[in-house]
Design a protein around this ligand. Sequence first.
Ligand code: ATR
Length: 282
Amino acid sequence: MSLTGKARLAGVIGWPVGHSRSPRLHGFWLERYAIDGAYLPLPVDPEDFEIAVKGLAAAGFRGVNVTVPHKEAALRICDKVDPFAAKVGAVNTLVFGDDGISGSNTDAFGFLENLRNSAAGYRPDAGPVLVVGAGGAGRGIVAALLNDGVADVRITNRTENRAEQVAEELSRRFDGKIEVVSWDRRVDALEDVTLLVNTTSQGMHGQPALDLKLDGLPAGALVNDIVYTPLETPLLAAARQRGNQTVDGLGMLLHQARPGFSAWFGINPEVTEDLRATMLEP
Ligand code: ATR
């Protein structure tokens, strides 16, 4: 596609950035909506982060996504930060405007929109939720759930003190109860949950399945995996086979991109089946 001199520019800053699926995702929407614009992969060494962001803003970029390892540095560079991103301590979307750099964290939006769009039954006040994993993704999802009004979030992690740390930190910043469940007792914590979320890498292509027996999971509980390669992880397959409603992880990636696209390119883009198919191509 050719660009005019008025083309709108955005991109993703990461180090490395070659694995990022965001250029394909935003590229799909730019073409779909016939927008005069481009979204570029921008490899930036951590020590050049500030100079790169300020340079892009000075060069007329509309903004950028920020991925690993820059999400904390991105928070510090902002003139304005949305309250959720400030509480989570990480920013993944920057918008360059007349009033400076505004930062937000759209991972929670993506996670919750995926649930709302894929599972009509998701309600934050339905009951306890079990989150498996306490890495960066797990931490963000616990924050998203508390921010959405879930009153009782359980977190279990192979390395228990990581779960303790997340619980300690987030309980100071959000309402709602966070309970750490020890890894040996994780099956017991399923007994009355309404939602189970895997935030670990287990179940991904090349990794073993998540080691979690679902026998005690209530029939009405929803099961979500943030892994999307494969789309149906062993956890989701086991849940589906016993009749639980399941939500795959691809939608989180797609929905988290919507606020940035809308701010930079002026259209609130849709998550459609053909977009999902494009993202799953090798
Ligand atoms: P991310 O930022 O993507 O969440 P991460 O910080 O590396 O990545 O976290 C990976 C998560 O997968 C962690 O919860 C990790 O558990 P540990 O804190 O005990 O490492 C979890 N994980 C990785 N391998 C695992 C395994 N074999 N069994 C159970 N959990 C595992």
